[in-house]
Design a binder for this molecule. Structure first.
Ligand SMILES: *[C@@H]1O[C@H](CO)[C@@H](O)[C@H](O)[C@H]1NC(C)=O
Ligand SMILES: *[C@@H]1O[C@H](CO)[C@@H](O)[C@H](O)[C@H]1NC(C)=O
Ligand SMILES: *[C@@H]1O[C@H](CO)[C@@H](O)[C@H](O)[C@H]1NC(C)=O
Ligand SMILES: *[C@@H]1O[C@H](CO)[C@@H](O)[C@H](O)[C@H]1NC(C)=O
Ligand SMILES: *[C@@H]1O[C@H](CO)[C@@H](O)[C@H](O)[C@H]1NC(C)=O
Ligand SMILES: *[C@@H]1O[C@H](CO)[C@@H](O)[C@H](O)[C@H]1NC(C)=O
Length: 457
């Protein structure tokens, strides 16, 4: 026991998994002197004239010929009726101080706004009012389902940031990064419908920092995608959301050196790793060197969930993604129903059982007691320490360990709701408010009076 404790402490002492050096644009905003105003290139703040052509014209005729300039969308409401795509832009900024409203009558491809191969770039708001409203509710009324364009996508881009912007009610995902390098995403508020397919941030990049982000939706809050290396994700508030996640991963996966910390989850999944088996003999890849710590939860739905048979891919006959050196530490609060969704559930791969998985300082209990049981924490396959991977229980084929808790740990009480809690999810067929409540940054991460005492057994 002592040895376990010491090794756990040592592990926590040496956190190096994270981004390093610079993220975001190389050129400071203060040295960008030229403003290229969309109003000079056909933009009209009347929520009727399509702004897409004006943005493209401003980019071509002003930004591209004035190195280091800023494409400026001043305060006002603008209609978006066609997708915007900007390629190969280096050394510029996009300042959105107004509201862009995607009209349901528009003709869009897969994204409302896409940047391809941009670098030394920032997308930001200087007045806190820069917002995009996807009016996804109109899409859902027309089509009966969630789906349609993503809101903002960065593809093959480097040294960029996206900050101080509100993303509201995209018909589908809100912010997607595909193949990024040196990325900062900060001070972003995402308000979305309480349905699946409404992901907050999906990111595949190397060396990135995502922080001070709040998300209301019913799918991933922030999702670490293949390929991801050297990242820090911190001060995230998942308000009636899905969960922080790594996945879904299948073949050739490479995810490593990830630090996730200071996360508040309210009636939301807390953390999940999702993988699927890939064909026998293939290289499914790995997820390694991950630290997940300091979570505060209110009625979380699965708190730490490792599922290597995501979407019931259990019968596939093949390699599993190898998970190793992953530590979960300092989780406090409540889960909603520990009997059906315990706060630790591991469904590890039979082909590549997780190794070096550690749980430390969990102080949680279920708000619902069913059949006299508060928590059923389950581990199927896995080597490690803490919770159902308890010390000394080495992996054997078909290994299963279930820990049943009937009573709350001494001193534990169900936490009171945080003031920022969204007690009713945003409606499916009604507009979602853009500016209320007013977001403030940095997000305040604290203990909310949640009992801090670590479990002693
Ligand atoms: C902008 O126009 C659209 C389409 O008519 C409408 O749905 C939306 O409510 C308007 N938004 C604002 C902020 O005026
Ligand atoms: C990731 O971080 C490690 C450890 O700090 C460092 O050695 C490596 O060069 C970094 N890799 C990238 C691609 O930034
Ligand atoms: C993961 O990323 C690697 C490297 O880019 C790629 O080879 C592999 O196909 C990716 N796997 C999946 C499932 O996307
Ligand atoms: C395990 O992961 C941590 C980051 O959480 C890292 O600091 C450490 O070096 C890794 N250990 C090994 C043996 O790679
Ligand atoms: C979560 O809900 C609270 C209360 O309604 C609100 O202050 C906060 O902005 C919400 N978060 C998001 C991302 O909308
Ligand atoms: C986020 O907001 C805080 C508080 O307003 C500000 O100090 C910080 O510079 C912002 N971060 C970015 C990247 O804009």
């Amino acid at each position: 026991m002592l040895v376990t404790l010491l090794s756990a402490l040592l592990l926590i002492g040496q956190v190096t998994a994270q981004y390093s050096g610079h993220t975001g644009p190389i050129t400071p905003l203060s040295s960008r002197k030229t403003l290229c105003n969309v109003l000079d290139y056909g933009g009209v703040a009347d929520n009727s004239t399509d702004i897409s052509a004006a943005i493209t014209a401003t980019y071509k005729n002003c930004v591209a010929v004035n190195t280091g300039s800023i494409l400026y969308v001043p305060p006002g409401t603008y209609a978006l009726k066609n997708s915007v795509q900007i390629k190969h832009g280096a050394n510029w900024a996009f300042r959105l101080d107004g509201l862009i409203v995607a009209h349901a009558t528009g003709d869009f491809d897969q994204n409302f706004i896409q940047f391809i191969d941009v670098s030394d770039f920032e997308f930001y708001s200087s007045n806190g009012k820069g917002a995009i409203n996807g009016q996804g509710y109109l899409w859902r009324i027309a089509n009966g389902i969630q789906g349609g364009p993503r809101m903002v996508r960065f593809t093959d881009s480097s040294d960029f940031s996206f900050h101080n912007v509100l993303l509201v009610d995209s018909p589908a995902f809100h912010l997607v990064v595909d193949n990024g390098l040196n990325v900062e995403i900060a001070n972003v508020t995402i308000r979305a419908v309480g349905l699946g397919g409404s992901d907050g941030i999906d990111i595949y990049a190397t060396n990135y920092h995502v922080h001070d982000v709040q998300v209301s939706n019913r799918d991933e809050c922030v999702s670490v995608k293949n390929l991801s290396k050297n990242a820090t994700i911190e001060r995230i508030r998942c308000n009636q959301s899905g969960a922080l996640s790594i996945g879904s991963l299948k073949s050739g996966t490479a995810v490593e050196n990830i630090l996730i910390q200071d996360i508040d989850v309210y009636e939301s999944g807390a953390f999940v790793i999702k993988t699927k088996p890939s064909p026998a003999g293939s290289d499914a890849g790995y997820v390694k060197n991950v630290m997940v710590r300091r979570f505060r939860t209110w009625r979380s739905v699965y708190t730490v969930h490792i599922d290597q048979y995501w979407e019931s891919s259990g019968l596939a006959d093949g390699a599993g993604v190898q998970l190793s050196n992953i530590t979960f530490s300092d989780f406090k609060g409540s889960n909603v129903d520990g009997y059906t969704r315990g706060y630790v559930v591991i469904e590890g791969s039979d082909y590549a059982p997780p190794r070096d998985i550690h749980f430390d300082k969990f102080f949680m209990f279920s708000e619902r007691i069913y059949k006299g049981i508060g928590e059923l924490n389950k581990c199927w396959n896995g080597y490690g320490t803490g919770e159902c991977l308890g010390a000394g229980k080495a992996y054997t084929s078909g290994y299963e360990s279930i820990i049943t808790q009937t009573a709350a740990p001494t001193g534990w009480t169900a936490p009171a709701n945080p003031t920022w809690a969204l007690t009713t999810a945003y409606g499916t067929f009604t507009p979602i408010p853009v500016y209320t409540p007013v977001p403030t940054y940095p997000l305040d991460f604290k203990d909310y009076g949640l009992v801090a005492k670590p479990k002693t057994t």
